[in-house]
Write a protein that binds this ligand. Sequence first.
Ligand SMILES: *[C@@H]1O[C@H](CO)[C@@H](O)[C@H](O)[C@H]1NC(C)=O
Ligand SMILES: *[C@@H]1O[C@H](CO)[C@@H](O)[C@H](O)[C@H]1NC(C)=O
Ligand SMILES: *[C@@H]1O[C@H](CO)[C@@H](O)[C@H](O)[C@H]1NC(C)=O
Ligand SMILES: *[C@@H]1O[C@H](CO)[C@@H](O)[C@H](O)[C@H]1NC(C)=O
Ligand SMILES: [Zn+2]
Length: 959
Amino acid sequence: MAKGFYISKTVGVVGIVVGAAAVATIIALSVVYSQEKAKNNEVKPTEGTTTTTTTTTAAPTTAPSNEPWDSYRLPDTLLPDTYDVTLWPRLKPDNRGIYIFTGNSSVVFRCVKETDLILIHSNKLNLTAAPTLTALGSTPAPTIKTHWMQVTTQYLVIQLNDKLKVGESYELFTKFLGELADDLGGFYRSVYTENGQEKMLATTQMQPTDARKAFPCFDEPAMKAYFNITLLHDPETTALSNGRDIETVDVTVDGTTLKKTTFEQTRKMSTYLLAFIVSEFESINAIADDIRVFARKDAIAAGQGEYALNITGPMLKFFEEYYNSSYPLPKSDQIALPDFNAGAMENWGLITYRETALLYDPAVSSNGNKERIATIISHELAHMWFGNLVTIRWWNDLWLNEGFASYVEYLGADSAEPTWNIKDLIVLADVHRVFAIDALASSHPLSSKEEDVVRPEQISEVFDAISYSKGASVLRMLSDFLTEPVFVRGLSSYLNHFQFSNTVYTDLWDHLQIAVDQTSTDLPMSISAIMDRWVLQMGFPVVTINTATGHLSQEHFLLDPESNVTTPSQFNYEWIVPIRWMKNTGEQPLYWLQAKQAFRVTGNDWIVANLNVLGYYRVNYDMDNWERLLSTLQTSHESIPLLNRVQLIDDAFNLARAKIIPTTLALRTTQYLSTEREYMPWKSALDNLDYYYLMFDRSEVYGYLQAYIRQQVEPLFDHFKKLTGNWTDVPEGHYDQYNQVNAIRMACSSGLEECTTLVSGWFQQWIDNPSVNPIQPNLRATVYCTAIAAGGAKEWDFAWGMFQNATIAIEADKLRAALTCTTIPWLLNRYLEFTLDPNLIRRQDATNTIISIASNVVGQPLAWDFIRANWAYIFTQYGGGSFSFSNLINGITKRFSTEFELKQLEQFRDDNSEVGFGSGTLAIQQSIERTNANMKWLAQNKAAVMEWLINTNQIKPLG
Ligand SMILES: *[C@@H]1O[C@H](CO)[C@@H](O)[C@H](O)[C@H]1NC(C)=O
Ligand SMILES: *[C@@H]1O[C@H](CO)[C@@H](O)[C@H](O)[C@H]1NC(C)=O
Ligand SMILES: *[C@@H]1O[C@H](CO)[C@@H](O)[C@H](O)[C@H]1NC(C)=O
Ligand SMILES: *[C@@H]1O[C@H](CO)[C@@H](O)[C@H](O)[C@H]1NC(C)=O
Ligand SMILES: [Zn+2]
């Protein structure tokens, strides 16, 4: 899947905009905790999900807990070979008002170990006939003794009167019925409006464990098989699946005229990559019809699929060359769905996307929207080989699959948009982002043990930032120190060797090692010896360079130095670190940190290590080198490479958080920004200052901080004013376009009147003439948010109306996020209520909207009360196919920094221990740890920050 579901790119945009006047409101709104506890007990009824799994015959109630059907993992007795599946989704409710689908499936499997038991996954399906078993060999099949649904472990259990024979094949036939719910998991329905009419479609999201909700199957990634798919559907609809359709005929079933579409047999593949879609969508295509983009008719007619189609062909070519392996399938379809939980899903041959991740319109989409489309398409196409052709054996190795795609997505996107320089962005979007999480004592290693990832919610939990972003970061480091030619040579050999089968991550190391051995690549030890330390132990090192003595050392970097690491590491938290570095005189040869060695400089010379942030570690220096670097930033910042300016800021702020260097040293890295025009260093500073805003926006430091930011950003604001001819042109460069947004956002939020007047004027023009939006697409997210924060109910209601009428999801998303920027409590509370009404806010957007409200200083306590009061309801309603609980919990609690908030958090954990937190379980622990760290940080730094802001910069607070 794309990482879209755990990263909410819009959240960062809002949040800072709210003014200091809000503090009083918050105090007034603080709610006595006992009241919430009472509210917590009112669990709202569960809507829509009337299905409970049925048992065809009663399960043996006295079963001891170690029967084979109590294990979440399939036994090693049977292997599937082919499936023949027919499904018929009903796009109209039945007489109970429920949407259902019916189907039948026969699976041919081979017995590889003697057994008289068939366990096959099945979840929330009702059998409509008794299952039948046929032998394909000469000996007849044993008869069925009994069968039932084992609800907790999600099996259809079939006990036989006799044993199956090793080496023989059998065919199991089932007929079943399931609900086509709107729960975004398995086979589900999605709804949209077209010409004032409500339209329904049926689609799927199987990963990780929901194929079993569509038909009984051996639902583990290593159980690869061939699938013959047939879909029955209404005459006005089209059916899509992984393979090409080979035949569509008219049939009459139970008196209903239908179409029956048969698909060519799939390649050998995993169940989680299947997809079935029935809709009235239309498509555009390229290269005959091998590459197609599907979407709502209106969206296709408006040309919104064109950009995706334009870049898909070239990207597939790029990956064919990169992998040195031709595209494994005869067609590539991509489809934009109105309701979709993740960002996108790499179903083999039929990739599904959120509309915002696929549909583009130059008149409304920003360059950021365009970039997201390019990177997500690239990510999913990369999976067509890495993940789909060669698949991890079990979910504990998910990091390899997702980390790899998250790394090469930049390469594929760069091939389609070479002018963007997008490869550099991985430093901000992945390396720095995941450093923040991986520096906690509650982090976890990339690789998990197979037996620790068993239950569906444990499997959901591995889809986190560590798997995606740390995975991407260490693979990028590996590719760099092997050099790209060696890396791709090993990669291609791995793909070729394991095609249509499954692997563990060490298989990749083996093939890379072969490539290393065939060339003269110089490594200090084997790939697995180097990489084990990055993969099997959590966290990362901070490398300290003393330029006076030449001494080098490393240490496990912990954001909170007082936190206790309870996870032992076989490597004692030491790493084999590849160090690329430069002196002021130029780049130096790659150095491997194992022992200590001389990195001495004299005079005014300076050193920067971890060049271009290719390594997964932070760097600290002796104070003299820091001073030389700071003065170089002030006098000639361009002599330090761009990505290392980004790094110096991020390292300094984080080293200060960890009490390794003074906080004021970190703040001093931002002083040169008044002369910096590049996007990435600015973004790095703003990302870090976000923390200062979170910690201080309810305190007296806020005014001083605002004044400092305004002073630093004003030259940037003026620069873009000039560059764009007084805000009329769009800057040419991709990053300049981003930095223009930074300039406006920060100038407005820090109270530069010229900015707020400008922005509110644009918004007012739009209110005056709603049919013409005068705001440039790149600036819309920021302008909407700023204007709504400055405005009242009139602005809010206008934006809400435009949100409901938006014809492209990208525009709707910006408005949805901007609506969280208001500072008026009743508007925010009403908006929170809206998030639980799927007719107002789609389910897929609910958690993201709540998090966004919590980023707003006024919204934060409201959102916290809201989720505490509604936790049981949110958990049951959004628990099934949703991955975002950890986001929700982390997002809402990130500002927590008082004893009182810590107590509330612990109380919340204890009160809901029975309901549970699903994929957010780890996030609760992380939030408690973070709150503790925030409290300590504030106690130690508040006075120093205030003093620095006042004295060093002669800042007076904004009144
Ligand atoms: C499955 O069977 C149960 C029990 O009979 C019933 O409550 C449920 O509605 C059925 N599911 C569907 C989708 O009809
Ligand atoms: C599945 O498709 C293959 C290839 O088209 C065909 O040979 C086979 O007979 C089909 N299997 C079934 C059970 O229909
Ligand atoms: C798609 O490519 C065509 C042909 O090169 C071009 O004219 C068109 O502007 C492109 N569309 C988009 C949205 O990039
Ligand atoms: C870590 O352990 C020490 C000694 O046992 C204890 O005093 C300290 O409070 C612990 N730190 C945290 C953050 O739990
Ligand atoms: Zn992915």
